[in-house]
Design a protein around this ligand. Sequence first.
Ligand code: UT7
Length: 336
Amino acid sequence: MSTLRYSEIAGVGHYVPERVVTNADIEQLMETTDAWIQERTGIKERRWFTEGVDTTANMGAKAARRALEAAGLTPDDVQLIVFATLSPDYFFPGSGVLLQRELGMKEATPAFDVRNQCSGFIYSLSMADQFIKTGMYDTVLVVGSEIHSSGLDKSTRGRAVSVIFGDGAGAVVLRPSTQEGHGILSTHLHSQGEHAEELIVKEPGSNREGRVDYAIAHEPDMYPYMNGQNVFKHAVVRFPQVIKEALDQNGMQPQDIDMLIPHQANLRITQYVQQKMGLSDDKIFSNIQRYGNTTAASIPIALSEAVQEGKVKRGDLVCLAAFGSGFTWASALIKW
Ligand code: UT7
């Protein structure tokens, strides 16, 4: 009889584009202020890609190389790629295969693309975890990478959305745990499609004749739309709920969490969740101030920085949680 395997995070890494865009830079593009952006979101600056240098796939590959290096592995050790993004290089094929090419993998390594926006990284992590638990693969690369800046409405019309999003990539390598009770304890995934249009890029959609002509005629629909207040209201309910779900499943309490790494949606949402869960400042990680909201990349970038800064150590209980477009939301509880 086989025993259940756990997957642990053997390495983590991130990459962000070099170009820093401050709130003062954004003030030059649209009617907004540094004070408004900081007060409503906590964001001071974000990274924007450079055309011809950064791509969703190559940023993911840079983050992946760092994660593999941290794990003492090479691209050829990877048996499966799971790539989370809402901003793929192409309409199709997905960015996973481009990363496979970018990393120069000798093996015909399989690659999935996961389209779950802000929850994409945890959805991908959960998927990777199942492949390791069943024994199908031993080494799985999970990547979150986004280029938002090329698709934002940078006029005043788009200001409620465009000041929030940033570009970047993060990656983790999963391996079977070498120590019992270490690694991913559980993952929890949810969706509620009735709110699909509350945070959306509509065009170019495929359900109309003349897709591209239609998209050009409906130019505003090619930019992200968000009903910010409604998304906020749902986020502050779903984050605590899905964290509690993970704790309950493992017979744990909020005070057992050593580090909560939430999707970096808005500093006000993070602070609300912190207060609701009763966590002290040293038990929650925020870097939205420097990167904005990088959707599927935000959790692995934050995790990578937390590890680099020594804020996540072996034996710690780490909780990941996300909420976003779909709506989708998710959590993962990890014994580091
Ligand atoms: O990552 C996926 C999940 N996403 C989230 O969780 C985001 C959730 N939502 C939010 O974070 C917030 O709703 C926002 C940060 C997007 C917006 O903050 P808000 O406090 O909800 O502002 P609002 O949209 O209600 O707008 C308040 C006012 C409006 O002006 P009036 O109508 O009161 O005169 C807006 O026109 O602020 C105005 N406004 C701006 N002013 C300056 C909206 N965007 C800006 C801006 N600069 N960038």
